[in-house]
Design a protein around this ligand. Structure first.
Ligand SMILES: Cc1cc2nc3c(=O)[nH]c(=O)nc-3n(C[C@H](O)[C@H](O)[C@H](O)COP(=O)(O)OP(=O)(O)OC[C@H]3O[C@@H](n4cnc5c(N)ncnc54)[C@H](O)[C@@H]3O)c2cc1C
Length: 439
């Protein structure tokens, strides 16, 4: 069914949601006392959602469809988290600097796009960045990779755990892949995970390649940028349901309910919470009672790949993706008069640390092959995410996702790192859907 905000709210009879009773503001979060009358102040039909990225917004959207009120707590001044679209109508630029590509078989994001009347379109270039550009592999390597992918999908847990102990790069080298083939593969892996296949579990990457829901397949992107999904979802909430620039610092639970303390001193309470934060942010929160030791170890074992995208206005840009040089890993055309450069690992960090002038210089030098047609680099203020792009499962991380997804009493977990194929917007949405249905 096609929905817009008005019909959605009318359907729920929620066009005028009453303001949720005011919460006391305190000057210092540390000074917020434990509330002796907690049970009388719990908002029973409200779920607090930590994080206003895609996962938090989608969890809120699903809950509201069920008639449940929500309070989304977001630390940054904007919604969307790692999804952000740069728009400049004058120069004709609509470019994603965060999540962008959507796999053909990523069912949650495709059906949500349809429901919200958003279009996912094919890139103008026909060539898909894909591991399955089989022409680049020798016949022997191609057949060996296909066998490995099939093998891992049927492996019992003990075999999968073994495969997880080694990186894909080392495993394929052992299988006889040439250095050139390994480097080609590494470039694709870096584009999606912001990290070399030398540092990612072979079991994780082989299962990702095997999964139809991964990005290793035909891709499309949102016609008006991925942030158009954030903008649409935002319309389903009242202003009172969204707390921006409010960082959760402490979560306490008792039999009466859950109390979330925010850095501003504000306190919000409910019966249940969905936490969609990235793992490092979860570890920074003070939990009472504390998180189980196994969950803490699992949180600490997830790393994050680094990807930074820059947008460069260009005349006659290339028509298909090109490998970059220097600080740039890939140059991706838009079909319009701009390109997006992709820098990963230490190169992403160097750009993050550079002044805009030095960054511009580094970028232009790195794509000097296209320089005659370059117009200018665009200085973008990144709010709500750094270059920690996607969760990373290094060798010996087998099984930690189920540990992390287990609820902590009345706290349910979601977020990109918990989806079927971590590292994607699809995973952010599907994990939210799972958390909501398990409540
Ligand atoms: C450069 C880049 C390229 C990418 N490319 C793709 C792609 O092509 N395709 C794809 O599918 N995916 C891609 N991704 C990944 C995708 O964007 C993410 O998987 C997805 O957006 C994650 O959503 P999330 O809601 O799980 O997390 P987030 O978007 O990180 O949301 C979590 C939110 O929690 C907030 N927060 C943190 N701490 C606190 C706190 N203490 N209290 C309150 N709020 C807090 C954060 O500010 C953030 O808004 C890319 C990501 C990046 C950065």
């Amino acid at each position: 069914m096609k929905l817009n905000r008005k019909t959605f709210l009318q359907k729920l009879g929620l066009l005028s949601i009453p303001l949720i009773a005011g919460f006391p503001r305190k000057t210092s979060a540390e000074k917020v006392p434990a509330d002796p009358n907690l049970s009388s102040r719990i908002l029973t039909n409200t779920v607090i959602i930590l994080g206003g990225g895609l996962s938090g917004l989608y969890a809120g959207y699903l809950l509201k469809k069920k008639g449940v009120r929500v309070r989304i707590v977001e630390a940054s001044p904007r919604l969307g988290g790692r999804v952000m679209t740069y728009n400049d109508p004058i120069r004709g630029i609509t470019g994603d600097i965060g999540g962008e590509w959507v796999g053909d078989s990523q069912s949650t994001i495709h059906s949500l796009a349809k429901e919200l009347q958003l279009k996912i379109v094919r890139p103008s270039w026909n060539q898909i960045i894909s591991l399955w550009d089989e022409n680049r592999l020798s016949e022997k390597s191609r057949s060996s990779l296909n066998k490995l992918v099939a093998f891992q999908s049927k492996s019992p847990d003990n075999v999968a755990e073994g495969l997880d102990k080694v990186s894909l790069y080392r495993y394929l080298k052992y299988q006889g892949f040439s250095d050139g083939e390994l480097d080609d593969l590494d470039k694709v892996v870096k584009a999606f995970y912001g990290e070399s296949s030398k540092n990612i579990s072979s079991q994780f990457l082989l299962s990702s390649i095997e999964s139809k829901k991964s990005l290793f397949q035909n891709l499309g992107r949102f016609e008006n940028g991925a942030e158009s999904l954030v903008t649409k979802l935002k319309e389903f909430f009242t202003p009172e349901e969204i707390l921006l620039s409010e960082k959760a610092i402490k979560v306490s639970q008792s039999s009466a309910g859950v109390q979330v303390e925010l850095a501003s001193g504000l306190v919000v309470r409910s019966k249940k919470v969905i936490c969609t934060l990235p793992t490092s942010a979860i570890a920074d929160i003070q939990w009472e009672p504390g998180l189980p030791r196994e969950k803490i170890f699992s949180l600490l074992r997830i790393g994050y790949g680094r990807i930074r995208k820059d947008i460069i206005s260009a005349v006659s840009p290339p028509l298909s993706p090109q490998e970059g040089n220097g600080i740039v890993d890939w140059v991706i055309p838009s079909g319009k008069s701009f390109i997006t450069t992709l820098s990963t690992e230490g190169r992403a960090s160097s750009l993050d640390r550079s002044t805009p002038e030095i960054g511009r210089d580094l970028l232009l030098r790195s794509i000097s092959g296209y320089q005659p047609s370059i117009v200018e680099t665009i200085n973008i203020t990144r709010v709500g995410f750094g270059s920690n792009a996607v969760s990373l499962f290094s060798p010996s991380t087998f099984g930690i996702r189920s540990e992390l997804a287990t609820p902590h009493n009345q706290i349910y977990f979601a977020g990109e790192h918990l989806g079927e194929v971590p590292g994607t917007m699809e995973a952010a949405l599907s994990s939210a859907s799972k958390a909501v249905s398990s409540m």
